[in-house]
Design a protein around this ligand. Structure first.
Ligand SMILES: Nc1ncnc2c1ncn2[C@@H]1O[C@H](COP(=O)(O)OP(=O)(O)OP(=O)(O)O)[C@@H](O)[C@H]1O
Ligand SMILES: [Zn+2]
Ligand SMILES: [Zn+2]
Length: 827
């Protein structure tokens, strides 16, 4: 038998499968998705088996054998291996990079292979042969056994051992060296024959009362117990237990314990709520699709507080009832205890939780629950989309418009696209939920996009929930024109209206959420008198200020102007580049409202593990009046006493040099406004802005997604932006500008040539090269080209051809080309 293996060297020359022979002794162990060690030149490399064949085209004598198998159960499924190939083609990354992104970090480290005994669950199992029973007994007596030593001991029984693993009698564990991926604890075991306990209790002298107590404990509770637990339960010292172990009456051994980050918390079980008519209708569609095994993508547009989560929960329940599995993605930022509680409360220990604040070991243990089929539901951030389920029925992406679903380093995938690809394979349903769907997603529900739908990019079905549960009203949103405030001599960050509203809430002991968004590095130029913002005449985005050159520039096309000292519209001198910090707001709050209790949540105050949760718990317990922060205070929080929301500088996103800035502004304002008045107390919102006439701000204040969407679609179409055109961003970097410029021009002209050869209705436009918005990182300069295209374009092969030309021209020059397909950040 022969295997095709992708090796762990992310380089162009090794971005293909290499042939290896599967030694007879490994035949039973190797499958598509197995991790193996293979000889590669003088080294041994880790790799993944992507295909198995009876024969090989290559000369049999020349094919080297696989050196070792690294896992007993392959960490990847055949489906994920296929997905890796699709990702490599779709996102222009190395196949190995895609595959590595699917497995937990712990598997990338050093390892030691062990097995331990467990009770097989579920279906009928084959009767064990005597030799297998002997093996099981041996393993049980040890808790864990290193696989190599087991195979050495039962040298001729490899296939039978493998059968024990497949049937679930043995479980493989990776004991990763150095990093200690499995955690061990000293555990006390009772004797095999429990009847002996009585005799021994008799035998002990009266003064050994404590030791008698220990034996009594095992008479009542014959299960193994952690030493520390036993000591604290009986209030005894370790020497008491050790004495018993020395007599051979008890056994103390190191045993692996599973780290469960949620073990210390108990979750209050919840049962399904009776659905509102809107929820019922949406749920009915999803359930029908699950039953019909349709590969359907739903876009669930439900206003904030419409009860989307309850729909997710009940849909998952019907998926589980069909014996299938579910993945739920939430943005990292909203993976709060509150969210986890809702899922654990409904599905208990059938849920695994994956997010980046877990340690390597905790992540690995959660992942193993999936591999072992101990859980059927995974809730997690972006990378949980790769959960190795084999019978997926439902994938839910909450807040589907969030940018965190796009990975910014290679593989630069979007979890939404990966979800659709996995669902296609499994015949699963996808539910994308949001109060403010991305333009890309809503576009795919429109008749126009339905016509262009393909297998790869299917049309979406729109489901909507336009009202909040129990008829609660959406909060009233007031737009405050900050230009007026300035005219009236108010130079504070707080308008008079917002000031009064805060005062009132403090008096009534209600709570306040204040949002100050500051993203990106760019500062924009704005007139504080009339609200004028300097825009690029060619690109419809704002220009950014560059201190070093005292110029304002466009990051897309390179257009530049001298720094402005007076406003070109109104002549005012109050024109400057903008940026304020949460810290300053906190100080000002303290001055204006002495004694006010403020929780500040931003990157500075949330780096520590668990700090995010700590702040939110404090706020929930009403130990603070104000929750002040960046966009992390806008998402998914559900606090009954929040009746006031203030957005301090609503324009700060609007003026980022990004064609999506209006969309981001609308989304953010809608989300943060949605935090107010979600329960009995009605809510009120103040949006402070210098551009009160902007459609994104007006639509958000009216909770009017439809009119925003229409206007924004027009803008996008006018400028050939997504969702009408698709984008590819190519970034070149090198230490020397002249070489960079030359290669940038070569790349652009090759791309332009290729675009001319396009047939039919396909269109492609190449912009650049221009300096990247972040023009130097770590002493390397950066230039970028952008492709805008539409129609049936084989973009992968165009990119492939262009980059090959570039590679040959600059051989050995350490130039890097990074390709971002459907980019979200244009930096
Ligand atoms: N059928 C129902 N009956 C009563 N209460 C409900 C029902 N469905 C949901 N709720 C409650 O309504 C509140 C809002 O629901 P939920 O948080 O799911 O809204 P959401 O649509 O996810 O909002 P957001 O987009 O702001 O996160 C919650 O407190 C939830 O418990
Ligand atoms: Zn002006
Ligand atoms: Zn421009």
């Amino acid at each position: 038998m022969y295997a095709k293996v992708i090796v762990d060297v992310p380089a162009k020359q090794t971005n293909r499968a290499f042939d290896y022979r599967v030694p007879d002794s490994m035949k039973d162990w190797i499958a598509v998705g197995s991790r193996v060690g293979v000889p590669f030149g003088p080294r041994t490399l880790q790799g993944f088996v992507v295909e198995l064949h009876e024969g090989s085209e290559m000369d049999a004598g020349k094919i080297k054998p696989i050196g070792q198998t690294l896992d007993l159960t392959p960490p990847l499924t055949p489906e994920l291996v296929k997905l890796g190939r699709w990702m490599s083609r779709t996102y222009m990354c190395h196949e190995i990079t895609a595959l590595q992104a699917m497995i937990p970090g712990a598997l990338k480290a050093k390892y030691e292979r062990h097995v331990c005994a467990r009770e097989p669950q579920g279906q009928q199992h084959a009767l064990l042969l005597p030799v297998q029973q002997e093996i099981m007994q041996f393993v049980r007596s040890r808790e864990t056994v290193e696989l190599d030593s087991l195979l050495a001991r039962y040298a001729s029984e490899g296939a039978l051992i493998r059968q024990l693993i497949v049937e679930g009698y043995l479980e493989e564990i990776q004991l990763v060296k150095d990093r200690m991926t499995t955690k061990k604890a000293l555990t006390v075991f009772p004797p095999e024959q429990l009847e002996q306990l009585d005799g021994w209790i008799e035998e002990l002298p009266a003064r050994a009362a404590k030791q008698k107590e220990v034996l009594e404990h095992f008479k009542q509770q014959p299960d193994p117990i952690k030493l520390t637990e036993l000591l604290s339960e009986l209030n005894i010292s370790a020497s008491t237990v050790k004495g018993l172990a020395e007599r051979g009456w008890l056994r103390i051994e190191e045993v692996e314990v599973q780290r469960d980050p949620y073990a210390s918390r108990s979750f209050k079980p919840t049962s399904p709520l009776p659905l509102t008519p809107e929820q019922q209708q949406v749920y009915g569609r999803i359930r029908d699709s699950l039953h019909a095994r349709q590969r359907h993508v739903f876009l669930l547009q439900g206003v904030t507080g419409s009860g989307k989560t309850e729909v997710y929960l009940q849909s998952i329940q019907s998926c589980l009832d069909l014996g299938r599995e579910a993945i739920v993605l939430v943005p990292e930022i909203s993976l709060t205890p509150q969210m986890v509680e809702r899922f654990k409360g409904r599905f208990g220990n059938r849920v695994a939780v994956l997010h980046s604040r877990l340690s390597h070991g905790e992540r690995y243990d959660e992942w193993r629950k999936i591999v072992r089929r101990d859980v059927q539901v995974v809730i997690g951030a972006r990378s949980a989309i790769f959960a190795p389920f084999t019978n997926l029925g439902l994938i839910i992406i909450d807040e589907e418009h969030e940018t965190t679903y796009k990975q910014e380093e290679s593989p630069k995938y979007h979890a939404r696209d990966v979800a659709v690809a996995r669902a296609r394979y499994h015949g699963a349903s996808v539910v994308l939920g949001s109060a403010t769907p991305s333009l890309e997603s809503i576009f795919r529900t429109l008749p126009q996009a339905r016509q262009q739908a393909t297998e790869q990019r299917p049309a979406f079905e729109l489901l909507s929930m336009p009202s909040r549960v129990e008829g609660r009203p959406l909060p009233k949103v007031n737009i405050v024109d900050m230009r007026e405030e300035l005219k009236n001599g108010n130079r504070s960050m707080f308008s008079r209206d917002l000031y009064k509203a805060i005062e009132e809430r403090l008096h009534k002991k209600e709570q306040i959420v204040l949002l100050l968004n500051r993203r990106g590095y760019a500062t924009f130029v704005m007139c504080r008198t009339c609200g004028y913002v300097a825009d690029c005449p060619h690109c419809d985005i704002s220009l950014t200020y560059h201190q070093s050159s005292k110029a304002i520039r466009c990051h897309y096309c390179g257009y530049a102007e001298r720094e402005l000292s007076v406003c070109p519209d109104c002549g005012s001198e109050h024109i400057r580049h903008f940026g304020t910090g949460t810290q300053r707001v906190e100080e000002e709050l303290g001055k204006l409202f002495p004694g006010i209790r403020v929780i500040r949540m931003d990157v500075d105050t949330t780096t520590e593990k668990g700090s995010h949760e700590k702040w939110l718990t404090m706020f929930r317990n009403r130990q603070a009046d104000v929750l002040l922060g960046t966009q992390m205070v806008a998402k998914g929080l559900d606090f009954p006493y929040v009746t006031l929301v203030g957005a301090l500088a609503a324009d700060s996103v609007l003026n980022l040099p990004d064609f999506r800035s209006a969309e981001r502004t609308f989304q953010l304002l809608t989300q943060v406004a949605g935090r107010a008045g979600r329960h009995q107390l009605p809510g009120e919102v103040f949006v402070q802005t210098y551009t009160p006439e902007h459609y994104s701000i007006i639509s958000a204040s009216r909770h009017d997604y439809a009119s925003f969407m229409q206007k924004e679609m027009q803008m996008r179409q006018l400028h050939n932006y997504p969702p009408f055109h698709r984008l590819v961003l190519l970034t070149l970097s090198h230490e020397q500008v002249p070489l960079l410029l030359r290669s940038g021009e070569m790349l652009a002209s090759r791309l332009k040539e290729l675009s001319q050869s396009l047939a039919g209705r396909a269109e492609m436009e190449v912009l650049g090269p221009v300096a990247s918005p972040i023009s130097r990182i770590k002493d390397r300069y950066r230039f970028q080209c952008m492709i805008k295209y539409r129609g049936e374009t084989d973009i992968a092969s165009i990119l492939e051809q262009a980059s090959t030309v570039l590679d040959e021209a600059v051989k050995g020059q350490k130039l890097t080309l990074s390709i971002d397909v459907d980019p979200l950040l244009l930096m």
